[in-house]
Ligand binder design. Structure first.
Ligand SMILES: Cc1cc2nc3c(=O)[nH]c(=O)nc-3n(C[C@H](O)[C@H](O)[C@H](O)COP(=O)(O)OP(=O)(O)OC[C@H]3O[C@@H](n4cnc5c(N)ncnc54)[C@H](O)[C@@H]3O)c2cc1C
Length: 342
């Protein structure tokens, strides 16, 4: 399986929702991506009486999960329900949510008063002009290349102890290591079960960490894993090792490589950072970037942000965009007065 195929295996498209029409003329902001980050950014902008259009391809990262956990007041709510409510809230204040995939976003000629402009183009050829851009396209989880792993993603193959750890407590869990970051991951899962096996799967595990694992009763297997084995009902039953042995497990904890979804956004020239867990867009306070007029929020820049942190980052970015637009509006008004004096 290639990287692209593995990315596609973890990308799940939610059921389509009613799309608004794309706005005519220039809007204050286009938000690319309508997950928690993008919708909260749009909500703040719409409530600030900014014209805002969210363009969303409808494949949020947590789509395979039955419920969102660890989110105050919404714990246990299906991801699709949170997003449905979010879209409604944005629309309630005049924001638009358009289903579509952005294939190009790039700076355009500034307005006559020198304000920034961007052109955003969708896969179906339609385009829209915006004064500011919020990129909230999330990330893709790239799983290790083990046959049978991807089909259980988000169910019996899990990554985040805070998202679905409680749901798999006391189960026989295997940590399938993907690198040094898996060591800490193992201790977090040990908090949830006493029956934990660490499959090094070709990654290093030094003597000090072997001793720490032994002290917590974590079993270590160094023989590589060749495939995931299912029971007769299709449920995850264990892993097969290179020597043919099958190790029974009900759950596998795997830290996927986290790859920001940057496709179609190359024209914005946003700097990308390589991080221990993957790649994301670089950002500063409130999601600002090195590119004037472009903000980023959520998993596309903060690879480990959960839903709450992603929504909060979107809200901060939305507020910062509104502030910068207020400054630009005032500069334009001042310039207009100065010109009328001439
Ligand atoms: C299996 C799983 C379970 C999880 N469970 C939990 C949990 O229980 N609790 C929790 O807090 N967190 C959980 N998370 C993490 C959660 O998914 C993220 O924190 C959250 O989705 C980040 O929000 P976001 O808005 O940054 O990105 P996303 O939710 O991924 O939204 C990005 C949106 O942008 C769209 N998009 C991407 N590219 C384009 C483009 N070019 N044009 C238009 N639209 C585009 C996508 O279709 C998507 O709708 C889980 C993650 C996974 C993988």
């Amino acid at each position: 399986m290639t990287d692209k195929e593995r990315q596609e295996a973890t990308a799940v498209t939610t059921s389509p929702y009613a799309s608004d029409a794309l706005a005519e003329g220039t809007v204050d902001a286009v938000v690319i991506g309508g997950g928690a980050a993008g919708l909260n950014g749009a909500l703040i902008l719409a409530r600030s009486r900014r014209s805002v259009v969210v363009i969303d391809s409808g494949a949020p990262r947590n789509a395979p999960a039955e419920a969102v956990h660890g989110l105050l007041a919404l714990d246990g709510t299906p991801p699709s329900e949170i997003l449905r409510r979010g879209r409604e809230e944005v629309r309630q204040y005049g924001g638009r949510v358009v289903q579509g995939e952005v294939v190009s976003a790039k700076p355009a000629a500034p307005s006559p008063d020198g304000d920034l402009r961007f052109t955003v183009t969708l896969a179906d050829g339609r385009s829209i002009t915006a004064r500011r851009i919020l990129v909230a396209t999330g990330l893709t989880d790239v799983l290790p290349e083990v046959p049978g792993l991807a089909e259980h993603w988000g169910h019996s193959v899990v990554h985040c102890p805070y998202c679905h750890g409680w749901e798999v407590r006391d189960e026989p869990i295997g940590v399938l290591a993907t690198g040094p970051v898996s060591i800490d991951h193992a201790f977090l899962y040990r908090q949830l079960t006493e029956d934990l096996t660490y499959f090094t799967h070709g990654t290093d595990l030094d003597e000090a960490n072997r001793a720490r694992f032994a002290a917590r009763g974590i079993r270590i297997i160094d023989t590589p894993v060749t495939e995931v084995v299912n029971d007769e009902n299709g449920a995850l039953a264990g892993v097969r090792l290179a020597d043919g042995q099958v190790v029974a497990r009900r759950v596998l904890a795997v830290l996927a490589q986290l790859q920001a979804r940057t496709q179609g956004l190359e024209g914005l020239s946003l700097p990308v950072l390589d991080l221990p867990k993957g790649r994301g867009f670089a950002s500063g306070m409130a999601g600002t970037t090195d590119v004037p007029g472009v903000w980023v929020a959520g998993n596309v820049t903060d690879l480990v942000a959960q839903v709450g942190a992603s929504a909060a980052a979107g809200a901060l970015a939305g507020a910062d965009i509104n502030k910068m637009l207020a400054i630009a509006d005032t500069d334009a008004a001042l310039q207009g007065i100065a010109e009328s004096d001439i």
